[in-house]
Ligand binder design. Sequence first.
Ligand code: PLP
Length: 400
Amino acid sequence: MSKLTGSRKATQFTESVIREMTRLNQLYGGVNLSQGFPDFPAPAEIKDAACAAIQADVNQYAVTWGARPLREAVAREFTRRYSVPVVADEQVTVCCGSTEAMMSTMMAIIDPGDEVVIFEPFYENYGPDAILSGATPRYVTLHEPDPSTSLGAGWTFDPDELAAAFNDKTKAIIINTPNNPTGKIFSRDELETIAALCRKWDAIAISDEIYEHIIYEGEHIPIATIEGMADRTITLNGLSKTYSVTGWRVGWTISPPSLTGAIRKVHDFLTVGAAAPLQEAGAIALGLPDDYYAKLAANYRQRRDVLLDVLERHHFTVYKPAGAYYIMTDISAFGFPDDVEFARYLVKEIGVAAVPGSSFYKSPTAGRTKLRFCFCKKDETLAEADRRMERLVPAGVQIH
Ligand code: PLP
């Protein structure tokens, strides 16, 4: 057989459906409600800080594990908000986005045969992250709530199903709260349940908290704050969502000192380091006053409510999110055989891009009646999507 092929690992997953939808959207000139990036400007203070850093010639490699001002700001803010001590020199590693933070973390802690528990539906990167790091994923369902009564918090797991997924081989569990795609915020009780299993099986919690500040109901609780978890939690976060700079590619890990060395080595040989001037600007961003975060959440709440209304008027069944900036919907009303076909129709014929639900599930049949929309978009963008969706009709309804 020819050797001119991709590796076994690389053939086990497909290209990102989310990023594919953005490309299709460009092809058809659609309104992009698929990939989660804002189409409005980033805060002026942090853009100015980035320009100033470049002008001040902060243009060479930063220390591989991250420029001191940013690492110290990350440690300071986590401690200030959650009263968990974090030592920048021993625990914080700056990466090229939380995407790389997750990959470096997985490669740093996983041995072949190790199992990683992943809640499903999941942010689509976690599947390939598991394959590339050699982990065997064990999926645990977040059961969908009755959309008419629930907030995103209604998506929940069965504690027995979760317990059954843990065993001697379990190295880690991935938690994402607030959650993409469901908008769920994990409750203290749920985190206690997860924490007890981590302690019982000596497993690590990898907690992706990139939507930490985008909350509409309830509160964000980092699992590192649950008793006995600071020593076995790797918290991931980044600038992308909180400061509307997804293209900067700056994120970080906060890890127990015993794991930091492994993460830093992998990160160094994968990337050498994140963009130096943008790390300087990141330190300024983390110093923004608390009302910045309050306004961010209030602003997204208003956009959430606008898009919920648009989608409901256009015959989608919506799952109201408690956090993050996505709305999961049910598309059964449209009578399409599956979500991918409907997503293609929506972008090509209606001119609105969204993400097929199946891309958040391992099983090819799950998610077939779902579609995810994002609302991190300008008022005009949401209004244009509304206008275009006027042409959407449910199955069985005649157009006159
Ligand atoms: N984690 C989750 C849950 C996300 O939804 C996203 C982006 O959509 C990321 C990570 C990527 O973050 P970053 O831009 O920091 O790599």
